[in-house]
Design a binder for this molecule. Sequence first.
Ligand code: AKG
Ligand code: FE2
Length: 360
Amino acid sequence: MATKVVSAVPRVEILARSGINEIPTEYIRPESERLSVGDAFEEVRKTAEGPQIPVVDLQGFDSPDEAVRLACVEEVKKAASDWGVMHIVNHGISLELIEQLRRVGKEFFDLPIEQKEQYANDQSSGKIQGYGSKLANNASGQLEWEDYFFHLIFPEEKTDLSIWPKQPSDYIEVTKEFGKQLRVVVTKMLQALSLGLGLKEGKLEEELGGMEDLLLQMKINYYPICPQPELALGVEAHTDVSALSFILHNMVPGLQVYYGGKWVTAKCVPDTIIMHVGDCLEILSNGLYKSILHRGLVNKEKVRISWAVFCEPPKDRIVLTPLQDVVSDDNPPKFPPRTFDQHIQHKLFRKSQGEFNTPN
Ligand SMILES: O=C(O)CCC(=O)C(=O)O
Ligand SMILES: [Fe+2]
């Protein structure tokens, strides 16, 4: 008798398709947080006025004219130190490749659940790559309204293609190519950010492990339609532990960043990639570049898919500490030295102590 693959982990997609009008209590956010949560489509309309995530044009960075190049560095520096997040235009990745990436990710998530379950991760045994959903990691058992697929995409020799989707048949080819091209953008951004700190352009890249050891990890976030978007979050408020994170999405709103004491909903700006400064870069720059608090809203109308790529230093080999050139007697180090792994453990510990009381 054929047995059906049934996961012990509840998939949000199944829940969303079951026709429920009310979401289970595990997905309902605490009352204080709910005050600022709403349907993403309604929230993005409200953001039309007020401060907006800056749009940064990277074209000038390749200019032979030094003044044009420096103006671009200034723009990147300003956005990274004021907001810690920006929409990048003229990033250098063709729209065609981005469309292909969107297509193969969507085609994977369009597969029947049983097929996706064959790629299920197993967080309890440390197998973190693959298809997954958030497991409750605190006493309140709070869950997020999303399923995801997580895997390393660069450097190529560290990828494990055996766990990548085999369907659609060009998933691997397209995603590999995207990883390669995004890696070029990573170098460019790290160069601009290094120059912005008054450092040699290769400094941040070198501090983070360089071509061999800086890892690009991709998480495809799949947010099903939610019958009560004003009660749930797709991704709860957090800062990224990475050095940099890049986000593409299917032009459905959802991302919010906490700026100036308010949640600002990101607009869908065509032909741009969103880039966040993560905790590692905040540490290296001694807080000049900000790792901004952000979260994901859901909505009643459309499935949202986002592709987040986290650029991470090696776990144990590098000690992250504010760079010598950016600290002084007037600007002493704001962060103690920690490896990436120690930083993650420290954050988990603080969370388990209930220390992150997120703003409303
Ligand atoms: O879906 C998004 O836009 C944001 C996702 C995110 O913040 C994350 O995966 O860390
Ligand atoms: Fe994030």
